[in-house]
Design a protein around this ligand. Sequence first.
Ligand SMILES: [Zn+2]
Length: 413
Amino acid sequence: MDRNKISGQRQYEFVGKFNYIREAGTSGEQRASEEIQRDLKELGLTGRREEFEFAAYETTEECLVVTKPYEKEYLVTGYKRCGNTPAEGIEAPFLYIENGDDISLSFAKGKIVMLNGPVRKEMYQKLVEAQAAGFVTVSGTPIDMGEDLKPAGYTLRGVEKIPIQGVNLHYKDAVELVEKGALRVKLILRQKKAVRTSQNIAARIEGQDKAEEILTLSAHYDSVPQGPGAYDNMAGAAMIMELAIYFKENPPRRTMEFIWFGAEEMGLCGSQAYVKLHEKELSRHRFNMNVDLAGQLIGGTVIGVTADAAVCQMLSYVVHETGMGVSFINGIWGSDSNTFAWKGIPAMTLNRDGFGMHTRYDTIDLISPWSLKRSACVLGGIAERLAQAEVMPFKREVPEEFRRKLDTYFIDK
Ligand SMILES: [Zn+2]
């Protein structure tokens, strides 16, 4: 592709327009979707708004109090999708069990245990089997100050029965609990399920002579509530817009669909809504090219390819031609590309490592036009080769091994 037609500065300015929190289902996310539609309109493309509903959990009470040998309430964040304690809470002996090893777990029965977090499905099940009364996890670092002392929030996924509840505590408070010899604690967690509305924005450029075959370029535009998500993932959203500009000027032979997903952070809800809505045409989909986490200057770029090893090698070859450094992983990935692969459509996610994901530090300050341009050229290079090929160089299939892993992955959502 002609790299002179890709602008890092234009992408950077795009990211700059979204310097606000875009939590799924909120007015911030809605505002961003309208902004994307406006840009598409200016470009002469129609941005379709595809609305969907998803379940969110709202905490109404989260509380941890040490009751013996001293009395103090600590700032905690409740685990979402983790059920409710009785209104008055549960009170039990307290025990720090570090990483939740089997030796420590054998003492957990009837206790509210503290462990180094976060707790995921597997550890949750161990805690339930050990008959713990509840759990407290530890996050943050000993050098945090000010706002960073607020404990991070986590969501429990893939757990069907939720007999015990848990909260997250900051590192510094965890130290205090152990040093001051907390013996008994009281835990309260109350939450309710709410149905919220989000939207994907999609725009299509019909192929010139192979329009029946569809290639998708995608990125999520929602953010976590902690920060404005410039790196995760407005930078990716900017890259998809830049490529929409490029392909509008350089018409592809295959149909290209550009998609900005909502509610990715809630568990890939946007891409799941997309494949459901477009179920009838999924057989025409040949490849999904997704971006999640991009644009920071210091970092390395990885392309995760969820398709046959031969596809991974082909993409690697195309990138070798450009001379831009990228490493490849052939496996499933934790982003919207998984949804396509699960439906049998070969997929990839371009990812650049960097600093501050899911924190308030994820702002445009760390985004670089140099990095945006480079990654957009890598992604655009792949997209163009596939969009213009006389014959698609690989089949529409995903290896059985990945399909099986994705089954587990999505049942866990
Ligand atoms: Zn992301």
